[in-house]
Write a protein that binds this ligand. Structure first.
Ligand code: RIB
Length: 296
């Protein structure tokens, strides 16, 4: 079984601020860094750092070489990443003193996928292979249709949630990895337990991973529900915490690990990621996560 992630690559321009700027306000930042990020590549890196073999697909612009270098460094197969004319996607991130952030996206090359490109990449995969997706590239409905028609298992992290997701046939998703806000947007519910219940009702054959921020994470499949609390740490940057969880969770699933162990490993990995700045670079290696779990 092969794993393909068709997803975004963003240069993250991270501004350290006292508070997230208000409408009409001008605020000075006190530090600025450029990190490699994008929900797509963050999740591929988390998969690879967790030990899974993963192919990443997607597009970068002329300034996108650092992503190819990072793939080579961390063992993400970059065969299907295309470098095209124009700019790589980017994100403007304000990071406040409580480690909370807000993110403004510029799609760039992430929004330039073509049907021909998607067909060409999917042709290298077959029934039973896993396709991971987020909502930062164009053509999502088409990609889901084509992958499902081939018999691939489609895992979706519906993030960021926007109207484009309404065009995706969510009945074709085998694994949802989402937070309570996204779950609320899909189900119309607000209480996390009701969100999970409604997701199970709407998608009875799907595996559902619902992350709840400081309240941990829940997993549901059929009648089985598991809960994992968070590991409390002093966070400095929560960017990519969810991506770390997603990549680690999928890696554990592919490994055939027991769900409670996967949840624990994923929660530990994201608790380590939030103690570091940046996205790709903040994601810990599996050995470090396992070592930290031993210390408990
Ligand atoms: O999930 C975090 C990511 O969201 C950042 O790396 C940013 O690029 C946006 O895609």
């Amino acid at each position: 079984m092969k794993v393909l992630n068709i997803g975004s690559m963003n240069l993250d321009y991270v501004y350290q601020v006292d508070h997230i700027v208000e409408p009409g306000e001008t605020e000075s930042s006190y530090d600025m860094n450029i990190f490699l990020g994008g929900k797509g590549i963050n999740q591929s890196m988390a998969l690879a750092k967790a030990g899974a073999a993963v192919y990443h697909g997607g597009m970068v612009g002329e300034d996108g070489q650092p992503f190819l270098d990072a793939c080579a460094e961390y063992g993400v197969d970059a065969t299907y990443i295309r470098k095209i004319e124009g700019k790589t996607g980017h994100a403007i991130i304000q990071l406040d003193k409580n480690a909370q952030n807000c993110i403004l996206l510029y799609g760039g090359a992430n929004q330039k996928l073509t049907k021909e490109y998607v067909d060409e990449v999917l042709a290298q995969f077959e029934a039973g292979d896993v396709l991971l997706l987020q909502n930062e590239v164009n053509l999502l409905p088409y990609i889901v249709e084509q992958a499902y028609a081939k018999g691939m298992q489609v895992a979706l992290n519906p993030s960021p949630f926007n109207e484009k997701l309404l065009e995706v046939d969510l009945n074709k998703i085998s694994i949802f990895l989402l937070n309570e806000v996204e779950g609320g947007q899909i189900t119309g519910m607000t209480d996390p337990d009701e969100v999970l219940e409604k997701m199970r009702e709407m998608f009875p054959h799907a595996k559902i991973v619902l992350t709840l921020g400081k309240d941990g994470a829940k997993y549901a499949e059929g009648e089985n529900v598991f809960f994992q609390p968070v590991f409390k740490v002093q966070a400095v940057d929560t960017t990519a915490a969810g991506d770390t969880f997603t990549g680690y969770f999928l890696a554990g699933l592919i490994d055939g690990m027991e769900i409670p162990d996967i949840l624990k490993m994923s929660a530990k990995a994201s608790s380590i990621a939030v103690t570091r700045n940046g996205a790709v670079q903040s994601i810990p290696l599996r050995a470090e996560v396992m070592e930290a779990l031993k210390e408990l």
